[in-house]
Design a protein. Sequence first.
Length: 191
Amino acid sequence: MAKSNWAPGPWTIIRTAQRSSKYHDNGYTYVTMKNEQGQTAHTNIEADFGNNANWQQVLEAVNDDNTVVIDDVFYKTKSGKIVLDTHTNQPVIDADSRPSIKSIVPDPERQLETEQRRNFNQDKLQSVIDSGIEYKNGRWDITPYMNKDGVFAEELNPSKTDNIDVIREKLRLKSLIRYADMLNRGFHGNS
């Protein structure tokens, strides 16, 4: 790559997010990074593209709750100008860059957040199991709690005659049904 589009680093990965792709069935990873000069930039790493291998080690380290610092990346350019992210108006790092990892340091704050999310999701899953929602054929069977249009059964809606404890129980059960539905749609609860 031409030296003119070199992105002065090093760059610290500050956030990654999974997003849906409008081009492929698989989503992509939207990476946000900041350099020592305080500039923020983004890149998109899609599993279906060959450049995924260039970023695999970086993304794995970030996913393991580490702070990752990289260097040797380049701006994406078009007609000699740096491409800007359409949502943030910040520079885009060329996903074809081959970043070198400068450091990988465990991030105790992110590790604690991950552990808290994991514990919450395990507790929520146990509540789904305890509620009597059955797991059949690889899915949580929420059909007894929904009508044919996919709306909660009328019995789960609080009524004027319900006391506060009954209302709380109905809302708790609806929350568990929503969670089971999310699990059925692929939410794993660990991220």
